[in-house]
Structure formats: C-alpha cells, structure tokens
Design a protein around this ligand. Structure first.
Ligand SMILES: Cc1cc2nc3c(=O)[nH]c(=O)nc-3n(C[C@H](O)[C@H](O)[C@H](O)COP(=O)(O)O)c2cc1C
Length: 197
C-alpha cells in the first residue's frame, strides 16, 4: 500500500474534491446548529497563522445582524447607483436573508508586525475559510461564498463596527443543498504548478 491509499488520504481527497460553491439561493433550511457551527469555527481556528496574529474573525449573523447587513447592501447599492430601482434595492436587501446560516469573514490587518505581510494574513484567512468549508462539507452541509463591492462599503463597515485596517472579505452561507450545478472543471495540475529543475 502506498501512503496515497490510506483511508485518511482517500477521505481527504474525496472531501476536497466534492466541495463546490453553492449559491445562497440553492442553500435551504435546515442549516447547521450552533453546536455544529462551533465545530466548524474550531476547524477555521486550526488554519496556519504566521506568528499567530489571529488576523481574521467570523461574525455569525443572527436575524438582527442579517437585517443590518441587508440595509447595508441596500444603502451601498444606492450610493454607487443612485438610479437603482426599488426592486433592485429590495433585491440587494434580500441577499442578506438567503440561506439558513450566514457568516461574515473579516480580515484584521491592523497588527503592527512588519515580519508578516498583509498577503500572508489574507492567506491565513483563506485557509481558515477553506477549513470551515471542508468541515461543513464533511458533515453534509453545502456552502457558498459571496462578496462584491458592498463588502467595502461604508454602510457595511459601519453596520459591523469595522475599524481602519479591518476588511469584510466575503459572506459564507451554509445550509442544505437543494440543487447543485455540475461540478466546475478544476485547473489541470500543470496549469497551476511549475516544476523548477
Ligand atoms: C473570497 C471569495 C469570494 C467569492 N465571492 C463570490 C460571489 O460573490 N459570487 C459567486 O457566485 N461566487 C463567489 N465566490 C465563489 C467562486 O465563484 C467559486 O469558488 C468558484 O467559481 C470556483 O467554484 P468552486 O468553489 O465550486 O470550485 C467567491 C469565492 C471566494 C474565494
């Protein structure tokens, strides 16, 4: 048996390759409960983190927070497009209500630590998100990431009390997959790797 044939390797590969982005409209109730969310967040907390700066956190959004997020989405749209119609504004607001469980991922780039570049801190957040998504996938929950210009809006920053140097990166929706699209074709290994002699 080669090391690739161990049960753990087979499981890990199956988990990684079966995860796919599911849009929030296709994630329906039920979603993971608080106990499960805590397990998923503990998986996020196991992400690599140079000098252990903890350069990110997750906001778990309850109904009031989701209403605040919806208002921020609506306000951000109106600010960047004053001609937006009522139905477009309502649609923007609605985005915060899709899916049973919603988290907001925030990068904290404030730590004055010249040895750890901002890019490294964002990599750590990406790893934390992926840990969370895979832990969710392993338990049968679907997930999707959403972002867009509203993430950088003053309205959203104010709604979640973000300080200078803190950045809302994306939302994470978790729930039951009602309808999955065919899996995306992933890049071939030789497209993403250069074998340096
Ligand atoms: C930080 C981040 C933000 C994303 N934001 C969006 C988004 O706003 N809308 C969307 O449809 N997908 C979004 N995605 C998901 C990607 O579209 C998706 O991961 C990509 O299509 C690859 O598909 P896969 O995850 O199924 O492999 C985001 C992904 C990341 C990493």
């Amino acid at each position: 048996m080669t090391p690739d044939d161990t049960d753990l390797a087979v499981l890990a590969d199956a988990l990684i390759h079966s995860r796919q982005h599911i849009g929030p409209k296709r994630l329906v109730a039920p979603g993971p409960d608080e106990a499960t969310l805590r397990v998923l967040l503990a998986a996020a907390a196991a992400a690599p983190d140079h000098q252990q700066l903890r350069p990110w956190r997750f906001h778990v959004l309850g109904p009031q927070a989701r209403a605040r997020l919806g208002e921020a989405f609506a306000q951000a749209l109106q600010e960047r497009d004053p001609a937006a119609t009522e139905s477009q504004v309502a649609d923007a607001r609605d985005k915060a209500l899709r899916g049973p469980v919603l988290l907001l991922a925030v990068a904290d780039l404030r730590a004055d630590e010249p040895g750890v570049a901002e890019a490294e801190r964002l990599v750590s957040l990406g790893a934390a998100i992926q840990n969370l998504l895979l832990a969710a996938q392993a338990r049968g929950w679907g997930s999707g990431l959403t972002s867009g210009r509203s993430m950088r809006s003053t309205a959203l920053r104010q709604a979640f009390g973000l300080q200078e140097g803190e950045h809302a990166v994306c939302c994470i929706t978790l729930g039951t997959v009602s309808r999955a699209k065919p899996a995306r074709l992933r890049p071939a290994v030789d497209e993403i790797a250069r074998w340096e002699p």
